[in-house]
Ligand binder design. Structure first.
Ligand SMILES: [Zn+2]
Length: 354
């Protein structure tokens, strides 16, 4: 893969071509933009183009050949002069040990003679300790080396880091680009593509994470459970926990899945509010519309608002590493209570009077 396959970031790529052609590449860049818009992809492609060992036509053409030994090593994730680090998924902050190891590795001579490059993800999560350990390398990296930090917002960067990096801003992609990328990834269901484009808000990474059909199937099962005359919270939360566990044995994968489901539930209940306000649902497929309509009848906007608040609160709990099964049980139980007690509407409004 080369720069030509990256959608939506041409101005930034052109700027890097210009900078490299003028031999003005800085030693540290901070890429800032929403998650999932392609920052890592551009960083990796830039690294590959710089480390590429094919005799290029001119540096101004900054692009990887994709076939020399160095390009193949980058693609395999095993290039000895390219380091990629990130905050471990089960930690809230960037551990100092990760930075110490990176700085140590960075102090050795480049193995293949084309300089050294580090891509440092989750720059948002540096603490003072890990940032301080990194400052010396950031200030005086070995000659020919390049550090690329990735963060989601400028506000979340420590001033010590910000002041030592050139900033490159990444904006969300257009819906058209997200649509194209989803199609390229083999998603061919037009209704799913439209729902994903809307949910993604310009982030193909987010769209792809939600493209898994099983997420949507399980959302429907949950909505079905929540529209029953008597909500069986125990059975529903057990199903929810099992669904999370199907994401894999490791806790981060399960947390990701619960967060994705929360995202889809929030969308569904936002649609319920829309229906109550006389508008049409946006993130539902046709088969879900009767379920959303039933929820809209069952509980007033204040109750649906309470459901939404509970879902948002749960997102925070998942991020705080509370035991996942407890978080899920707490959520389903609360939704059951809010919606069950909402059954004060006369039964004929709920569609099961007869
Ligand atoms: Zn190459």
């Amino acid at each position: 893969m080369s720069f030509s396959t990256i959608l939506g970031h041409q101005p930034r790529i052109d700027a890097f071509r210009q900078i490299v052609a003028n031999q003005r590449l800085a030693h540290a860049y901070l890429f800032v933009g929403p998650p999932g818009v392609g920052k890592r992809l551009v960083a990796l492609e830039l690294a590959k183009a710089i480390l590429c060992e094919a005799p290029g036509p001119s540096p101004a053409v900054l692009d990887a050949c994709d076939s020399c030994a160095a390009c193949l090593l980058v693609q395999a994730g095993t290039h000895p002069d390219l380091f990629q680090v990130a905050r471990p998924e089960d930690k809230n902050e960037f551990p100092i040990a990760v930075m110490q190891e990176l700085c140590r590795n960075f102090s050795f001579k480049a193995a293949r003679g084309h300089g050294k490059i580090a891509i440092i993800d989750d720059a948002d999560d540096f603490n003072d300790e890990s940032a301080n350990c990194f400052l010396k390398t950031l200030e005086e990296p070995p000659p020919g080396s390049l550090l690329i930090l990735l963060g989601t917002s400028l506000d979340r960067q420590l001033s010590t880091i910000k002041s030592r990096c050139q900033m490159v801003r990444f904006a969300p992609l257009s819906d058209e680009h997200v649509r194209k990328l989803l199609t390229k990834q083999g998603i061919d269901n037009p209704s799913l593509i439209e729902r994903l484009v809307r949910l993604a808000a310009g982030s193909p990474g987010q769209a792809l994470a939600l493209a898994d059909e099983t997420l949507w199937q399980f959302r429907r099962a949950l909505l079905q459970g929540l529209t029953q005359p008597r909500i069986d919270s125990v059975a529903l939360s057990r199903q929810f926990v099992e669904f999370a566990e199907q994401a894999g044995k490791d806790a981060p994968a399960q947390r990701r899945r619960v967060n994705q489901m929360l995202r889809l539930l929030i969308e569904a209940f936002t649609d319920v509010l829309r229906i109550q306000a006389g508008a049409s649902a946006r993130s539902a497929e046709p088969a879900e519309l009767p379920l959303l309509a039933s929820l809209a009848q069952r509980a007033g906007p204040d109750k649906i608002q309470a459901v939404l608040e509970r879902c948002l609160e749960t997102e925070t709990q998942v991020g705080r590493y509370v035991q996942l099964s407890l978080v899920v049980e707490g959520l389903v139980d609360a939704l059951g209570q809010i919606l069950d007690h909402a059954g004060s509407l006369p039964a004929r409004h709920l569609g099961f009077a007869n």
